[in-house]
Design a binder for this molecule. Sequence first.
Ligand SMILES: Cc1cc2nc3c(=O)[nH]c(=O)nc-3n(C[C@H](O)[C@H](O)[C@H](O)COP(=O)(O)O)c2cc1C
Length: 318
Amino acid sequence: MSDKILMAPIQGVTDYHFRNTYQKFFEGVDVLYSPFLRLDKDMQLKKSKLKDVLPENNVNINLVPQILTNNSAEFIYLSKQMFDLGYKHLNWNLGCPFAMVINRELGSGLLPHFDKIKGLLEKVIPVIPLKLSIKMRIGLESEDDIFKILPILDNYPISEIIIHPRTGKQMYKGEVNTDVFEKCLSLTKHKVCYNGDINTLEDFQNLKNRFENVSSWMIGRGLVTNPFLAEQIKQTVKNTHENKMSRFKEFHDALAKEYLDRLEGSSHFLNKMRIFWEYFSLSFSNSHKVYKRIKKATSVDKYNIAVEQNCTNENWIV
Ligand SMILES: Cc1cc2nc3c(=O)[nH]c(=O)nc-3n(C[C@H](O)[C@H](O)[C@H](O)COP(=O)(O)O)c2cc1C
């Protein structure tokens, strides 16, 4: 299959512990994107952020670092820093929908400011030493933004535009606007990647049938919920339902070990694993009960019992 699967960045979820463990247990993902990096007031990356993209923490991972900025000096600084770490490809976030971000004209908050986007690219493109892709929503409040931005982007060497066809105002809810995505395909000369709500093999197949010339697919929540999804799409491994549960359990145990070894205090560990189970539970029969067992666990021992119950009493349903 020539289609490429990209793992979407999910802040707080797809960190290097998750990415490494995922890559050890599952096939099918071609490229993984880091959650966004942002400089603080002193033009520094937080230690934990830098750690997430250090090559020694991402061995055998085809990682693309992502940045969130609306400032050319920061853009250039971060791109040089990533280049010095050995990266050849940088991704620019024009999609983040959180109020704190959009109020600062960052992420999807920058989308209505076409001149700023143009001004930034004008300054950074001639000097950044790596190829640049963009991950964007269709607009802050309406798709009018992307219709105006795509012709601007045609003037620059952008390696790929990843489009999540929602507005920033929609956050992560409501329908993805596939009609707007379709229109975007005819408004750009650049390679376009589709992102948004690919949660099942059927979702992928429907989109592939409609957008047959698209060959790049970014998946976030769907991959965390069902880590087998990329294999199902690529048809690389034949999974029976029984071996799925045992493969999931092995993956889970390795992931849990990563955090148990590194997070201080059981409450940090339990909070972290709860985030994952919000996703994993959706692939189990009795999702609600599965999540509740995890949520109720107040110690690592109780957590382990809850996991055991989930994996023996319930079925893997996707
Ligand atoms: C909790 C959360 C954190 C996210 N963090 C990032 C991020 O750091 N950078 C980014 O480009 N997108 C981020 N996203 C958006 C996803 O990458 C993706 O575009 C979105 O979830 C739609 O794709 P999906 O339906 O396959 O998950 C985040 C999404 C969620 C739910």
